[in-house]
Write a protein that binds this ligand. Sequence first.
Ligand code: MSP
Length: 520
Amino acid sequence: MSTGESFYITTPIFYVNDVPHIGHAYTEVAADVLARWHRARGDDTWFLTGTDEHGQKILRTATANDTTPQAWADKLVSESWLPLLNAINISNDDFIRTTDERHETSVRIFLQRLFDAGHIYTGEYKGYYCVGCEEYKQLSDLVDGTGPYEGQLVCAIHSKPVELLEEKNYFFRMSDFADRLLALYEEQPDFIQPESARNEVISFVKRGLDDLSISRSSFDWGVKIPWDDSHIVYVWFEALMNYATAVGYGVDDELFARRWPATHIVGKDILRFHAVIWPAMLLALDEKPPARVFGHGWLLVGGEKMSKSKLTGIAPQAITDTFGVDAFRYYFLRAIAFGQDGSFSWEDLSARYQAELANGFGNLASRVIAMVSRYRDGAIPAAGELTAADERVRTVAREVTATADAAIDRLAIHESIAAIWQLVDELNGYITSQEPWALAKDPANSGRLDTVLATAVHGLGTLAVLLAPVIPDAAGTLWAALGGSGAVSEQRIGSADEWSGSGAVTPLERPLFPRIEVTA
Ligand code: MSP
């Protein structure tokens, strides 16, 4: 066990009605970078992801595919969702499925406690339901349908007709919590991020909260309400609990106390569930609200949210097969300011791959290692007296380590990577200006060449440690080539700029980011 602070990070749990696209992979990679960074900081880190398997949407998909929802979920999890994690190198510590017995057990405890404390009552509800969102909609969330849906009201997100439902349900007294939620947003200004999302949620809650219908009786694919088995729990209400059930809520108090509260990374479309409903549920039981809820932007195609239902989904493998896993991870976190929408384009991906990964970083690593091999038989020399240029490299290494670390605390992943890249640029400029190849021509400059090579190797070592959370494979290969001891992931962020190689380099067998001929 590490002695650091507890850091519990989650992704949303994904619906298993369909296969993953790069929008889902984006959420996973962002959370993964944060988890890896915190581990490298020495924090007591726990990274949870998983699948959301109950509800009408999954039931209907399974029925349409002539199978049971459980069999459908099992198939999608084993054939699509677990392989996705492998395909993009996700380092999750746990994977929760809402059909897991452990989840259902904790859900029943959570519900019973809410019921016993008087937060649940019976009522009736009539409203427009979007199965795609698994949510009752307000009229203001709906638009007029076009094409085959002409004359019908459709969900603005899914562009599919909503259904008018009337049900006798159990309700959660969410309206009781508006003031306490507003106080929470006030007292903990970074609770909802980014700022635009925070403002939106605050004005939503200020308009007053309705109670929430939390059960269904028209179908039975879900967790039964403990005191009334003719009802199942509303899928979102149950799904939100996964963040607590996965760390032992109601079953293992010690574990729960160690992990909770969590930092939730979610898409902006599901921010309200996490920033309003979920904390209200926790407050009702006198549990701590989440530590933070970050709503990231959407990957857009043609200006719209990329989505399978609109047939605009791109499979992550379409990118990783050509560019590799590291480039996939790097690109989305570097090119899109975390919290804003971003349009995916093959041209931009290709251009950044070439300029930043292949030329900027990969080539730097190859050149430095090749020069140590050629001029010093692979032995990393010790630095002699430092000039201003050498000092500057060390200063930049120290500064970017601190800046990148502070950016991660603000969940500004793109800023963190941009800060690290200052060191890539600094080192490239350093090599150009110091011209080690010219120094190597005259034995009188041998001491100076030692210092330049040592400085460059030192800088690369810092880069390997700082980039390991983002591009784990390339950073690991570089670290090994530099003769770094242990795995790069075991190095500490706090001392990333302190390592100075003293062993020998091993030439890279192939470039970290080989040139790619795009034949599209
Ligand atoms: N099952 C719910 C979440 C329950 S969490 C208690 C759900 N699942 S989802 O599979 O539809 O979406 C999961 C995540 O993927 C959401 O954060 C959503 O925002 C994200 N994305 C889906 N399409 C996306 C893009 N085009 N771009 C970025 N993220 C996207 O909602």
